[in-house]
Each structure stands twice: as C-alpha cells, then as structure tokens.
Ligand binder design. Sequence first.
Ligand code: ZN
Length: 302
Amino acid sequence: MKLPRQIEIIEVCPRDGFQNIDQFIETEDKIEIVKNLIDTGFRRIEITSFVSPKYVPQMRDAIEVCKAVRNYISGRGVNLIALIPNRRGFETAITSGVDEINYVVSVSEWHNMKNVGRTTEESMEDFKRIATDKGSKKLRISLATTFGCPFGDEIKSERLMELAISSLEYGADEILLADTFGLANPVLVERILSALLKKIDADKLCLHMHDTCGGGLANILTAMQYGIFKFESASGGLGGCPFAPGASGNIPTEDLLYMINGMGIKTGIDFNRLINVVFLISKRVNTPITSHLWAMSECLRH
Ligand code: ZN
C-alpha cells in the first residue's frame, strides 16, 4: 500500500464542531479548548467563523476568541484559520489576527443558496475580488458538497473541475474538498481525486470529510493512496452544517489519529494530550462525543 510518511491534520472542532450547537459555549471555555488543542501539537487550527450572528449565534464572539488565542500562540508557528462566507466576513477576518481565511462556496447551487443566500457564480465573483485583496493572508477555498448533496442538484464532475481551476487562477492557496453531508465512499473519492490530480498538485488539496454514513476513515485511506496528505477533522467528532439537514459530525480527530499512529504515519500530534482535550470538551460543551474511541477513552486517559 502506497502511503505518505507524514500527514497534516487540521483541527476544526472550534469552528465546524461548535457552530451547530444551540447552547452558547462560554467564550472563556472556547478559548481554553483552543489553547489546549494547540498544546497537543496542531500547527493549523480553524478557530471560528466570521458569519452573521443572526444566523449562527454561536460564533458571535469570533473577534474575542481570535484576540485571546493570538496572544497565546505568539512565536509558536501556529496558523489560525477562520471561515468566511462573504466580503463582510473577509473585512473582519483581516483585522482579527487570523493567518488564514477559509472562504466557503458550494458546488451545489441548492446548498450555496441555503448556506450563503446567492448563486455559486455570485460567490465565485466575490471570491475573485477577495483574492486580489488578500495581502499576506493565506486564502483557502472550501468547495462544499464536492462529494454530493442529497437535496437539489446533482454534482457534476465538470463543474467541480471548473470551480477548482478558477479558484487557483483567482489566487486560492489551497482548495478544500468538503464532503459536507458525509456521502462519499472510496470509489467516489478515487474518481474525483484522479480527475482533479491530472490538473492540480496534491499539495494544493485538503480533504474535509464528514462521517455521516461511517465512511470517513475509509475515504481518508483512499485519498492518502492518491497522495493527499492534508486532512481536516474535529475532536470528539463534533460538527455539522446548520444548513445541511441530517449531516452529522466530522471525522473524530482521535479516531483518525489512532489509525494514523497505528500505521506508522507521523502527524506531530500528541495522542494522550488529545484524549485529555476531548474530556475537556465533554465537560464544557453540551453535546455528545461521537468518536469510536470515546467508549474506551477512560482506559486511554493519562
Ligand atoms: Zn464541515
């Protein structure tokens, strides 16, 4: 089996994991969780999103969280990431002290309309303008619903390719292929990656897979065999999109790390510390932990 010697795991629990939780998580708890996650060894972490507090009230303290964590990571080589859906989010992100901006657009017209209230084309036009103003920030683009959308339109591979190529031409530094609804399977991952990799280098791609149907780790294993080495996951398996009904959490970081460690692939993340952070999340956040490891986590805790 052809596998990378090292992969990068980008932690997204503080953004994707928290955004869907109704009960407001206290700002100081969010900050404590993010700091603890950073101490496990993550070098890139998505800590919040700059979205309308009317639609996603959980993220209303985005600026405060950024400021507090910014001071904590000073000089430690950690990149903070924030998600934005539009120009307004971009303006705030620029002044908030994050290092990377993650712009979201859906391949599915239906989902883009639900998620950001405009057509995919309108979102791409906005992205093009943002890319010219990004300055020193690293700009990523999340192609949501890359692997399918159970509502509305079918995802066409030509359309996906077109959006990916345009993103790079406009100035994206990295493309996230997001399985927003968790519908992918290894054959679909293979089909999409083999097409994209004909035109795009593997180091420009990162996978963001939800685990709705339980295929998450199998999909990552397939992607690694295609040379992909950047993956997003969320501690505790938290996550879901407020505008993706039925979609469950991300791949739990602890499950992913357990598999990756067992395969002898390096990540730079401390497994025992991570388990302790999942315990911290379970205490501070009013939502179930859904990882496979959670059932035996008492035994793993140090
Ligand atoms: Zn997600």
